[in-house]
Unconditional design. Structure first.
Length: 137
């Protein structure tokens, strides 16, 4: 006899009807049920393990998410466990590449998210930095 499937409590996207809908693919808020573990990832830059930094923002954002995936894997989590993203780009022109990468890497429902344009990072070659908060049982 097969044991019954365990249904885990779901992360709940929060979208009050009293406020405007999100501008892009993100949730206004995410409720994390009691008993979940949290992992906070420091901001990750678009740099490969070999020290290479791609030129374009999309490639840098993809590397950021790859680095985040590796950090979350250390805690037994995946990118689908992300509940919050804080992302930073150095120019409005880099928003599209970042958003394409975010949409390719994050699960549905999309996490809560903030995107800011900043004046720069530790090296002028960096265009994107991404930090996340993830939650899982």
């Amino acid at each position: 006899m097969t044991p019954p499937a365990v249904i885990l409590p779901a992360l709940t996207p929060l979208a009050p009807p009293s406020i405007a809908r999100p501008f892009a693919r993100y949730s206004h808020g995410m409720e994390v049920p009691p008993g979940y573990r949290l992992v906070a990832c420091s901001g990750q830059l678009g740099i490969g393990a070999d020290g290479t930094i791609p030129e374009d923002a999309r490639a840098q954002a993809d590397l950021c998410f790859a680095n985040i995936a590796a950090i979350l894997a250390e805690a037994g989590m995946t990118l689908s466990d992300i509940v919050r993203i804080n992302a930073y780009v150095t120019d409005r022109a880099h928003m599209k590449g970042y958003m394409e990468a975010r949409d390719a890497h994050v699960a549905t429902p999309p996490p809560a998210s903030t995107l800011m344009i900043v004046s720069g990072f530790t090296l002028p070659d960096f265009k994107v930095e991404i930090e996340v908060l993830a939650a899982a049982l």
